[in-house]
Design a protein around this ligand. Structure first.
Ligand SMILES: Nc1ncnc2c1ncn2[C@@H]1O[C@H](COP(=O)(O)OP(=O)(O)O)[C@@H](O)[C@H]1O
Ligand SMILES: [Mg+2]
Length: 434
């Protein structure tokens, strides 16, 4: 018997003697305390039995008659049970905790099993450790066949270098919030997937990666459809611009010729009046030309966004009296679709300023930030409640929504800062490279 046990046995024996001497509750409380101490020292029920046995032998040796002996035995039983109570209670607690743990595990498993997104874990060497049933639904592969395999074998070869870099970044806790990778399916086709992933740690050490992958085929299709729709719209706008410029232009030219003929036949004072009319016609022609260029500026294709926006700003200024400045135009040419999108967006924003803002100035500013292009358009007008304007159902204009959708298609973002009375700023960021 080690010294700890020895000490506890001595305390227990003394208490048991007190109990046999009739000290009742106080002695029972001591039995309970010895039990509690034994448990706290990390000893078990068997040690308690050893202690009890020791004490019992000592007390029985003191019994003078068999009758006294059996009395002692009966009394000792109650005392022993009292000393075991702490063990019993702790056992019950463990059971309760186990039940709760099992319940929470079951809930977690249900969640993982029934999730529509793929939930997976990887080891630090990039092999697959677990996959939920959504994996099979999404890719057609059996999840079990992929356990222990390299996750890279499921990724499109062109995405692989990026996937590997992202995996390392996740292990180091520094990956972007979401990323897209193409996943190989059983049929051989690739599924566009949106991923979120985080490192798994155990005792402060990274032991793997936990991730969620979502099938974004539908979203990709919608984005593509939107892109085609935008292209079709551009073609339509081009047609209208052409009609405005060429056909209306030719009609005006014919009117000029007829008027010149009439002028020759009129007395000179009437012909002077006619001259005024021809001056007005020239102005209309000039405005038509400008409008048609704004609609589909060849300048955008030929010289790029900066000059095209200068041209647009100039036209809007002349029509509305707004002072518009364009600063720091993007130094390099952007992908054609991005240039068109940005041009259309600035066009809509300037229309909004004209219609709603009662502003006197607009400042358009470009900033290149690595691979991103930032464009801020700020007016000094009345401002508006952005949340109310963008969540208003039914009556809501298509302008801001259209801007948002064009940006989605181009992989950009929109932020609007505005409050009634303090002007409006739209901040747009788009990737500056294809
Ligand atoms: N620069 C601005 N200044 C003040 N209000 C604005 C500005 N831009 C947008 N708004 C407000 O936001 C609303 C939504 O704009 P938009 O989606 O373009 O629709 P629409 O121009 O057809 O009304 C506008 O009706 C207007 O109340
Ligand atoms: Mg609008």
């Amino acid at each position: 018997m080690n010294s700890v046990l020895e000490e506890l046995a001595t305390e227990y024996t003394a208490a048991l003697r007190d109990y046999l001497d009739g000290r009742g509750e106080i002695a029972l409380q001591q039995a309970y305390d010895v039990g509690r101490k034994t448990l706290a020292k990390g000893l078990g029920v068997l040690d308690m039995a050893t202690i009890q046995h020791r004490a019992l032998v000592k007390c029985l040796l003191k019994a003078h008659t068999p009758r006294e002996g059996s009395q002692t035995l009966r009394a000792v039983k109650k005392f022993f049970v009292e000393s075991l109570l702490p063990f019993e209670m702790s056992h019950r607690r463990i059971q309760e905790v186990n039940v709760a743990l099992r319940e929470s595990e079951r809930r977690y498993r249900d969640l993982v099993e029934n999730a529509r997104d793929v939930i997976y874990t990887l080891s630090t060497d990039g092999t697959i450790r677990s996959l939920n049933p959504a994996f099979e639904a999404m890719t057609g592969w059996s999840g079990a066949d992929w356990l222990g395999q390299e996750f890279g074998r499921l990724i499109h070869p062109d995405d692989l270098p990026r996937a590997a870099a992202l995996f390392q970044a996740v292990l180091h806790g520094q990956a972007p919030p979401t990323f897209e990778l193409r996943i190989r399916s059983l049929s051989g086709s690739y599924i566009p997937g949106e991923f979120v992933a985080t490192s798994q740690t155990q005792g402060g050490r990274v032991v793997g990666v936990l991730g969620i992958a979502r099938d974004i085929t539908d979203r990709k299709r919608a984005e593509e459809a939107l892109l085609h729709l935008n292209e079709a719209l551009e073609a339509e706008v081009g047609r209208i611009a052409h009609a405005l410029h060429d056909e209306a232009g030719q009609l005006l030219a014919s009117v000029h010729i007829v008027l010149a003929d009439i002028a020759r036949e009129l007395p000179s004072h009437a012909s002077r009046r006619l001259q005024e009319v021809r001056g007005l016609l020239d102005k209309i022609e000039e405005q038509l030309r400008h409008l048609s260029h704004e609609l589909r500026p060849t300048i955008l294709d030929d010289l790029g966004l900066g000059p095209a926006l200068e041209f647009l700003a100039d036209g809007v200024s002349r029509r509305t009296g707004l002072l518009i400045s364009v600063e720091g135009s993007p130094d390099k040419r952007l992908p054609a679709a991005t240039e068109t999108a940005l041009y259309r967006i600035v066009q809509e924003v300037l229309t909004n300023v004209t219609k709603h803002a009662q502003a006197t100035r607009v400042r358009i500013r470009f900033q290149r930030d690595g691979r991103l292009l930032r464009c801020s358009i700020r007016d000094n007008g009345v401002g508006f409640d952005v949340l109310a304007a963008t969540t208003r159902r039914g009556s809501r204009g298509l302008g801001l929504l259209g801007i948002q959708e064009r940006l989605n298609a181009a992989g950009g973002t929109l932020n609007i800062h505005s409050a009634p009375g303090s002007g409006t700023e739209l901040v747009i960021t788009t990737p500056a490279e294809a």
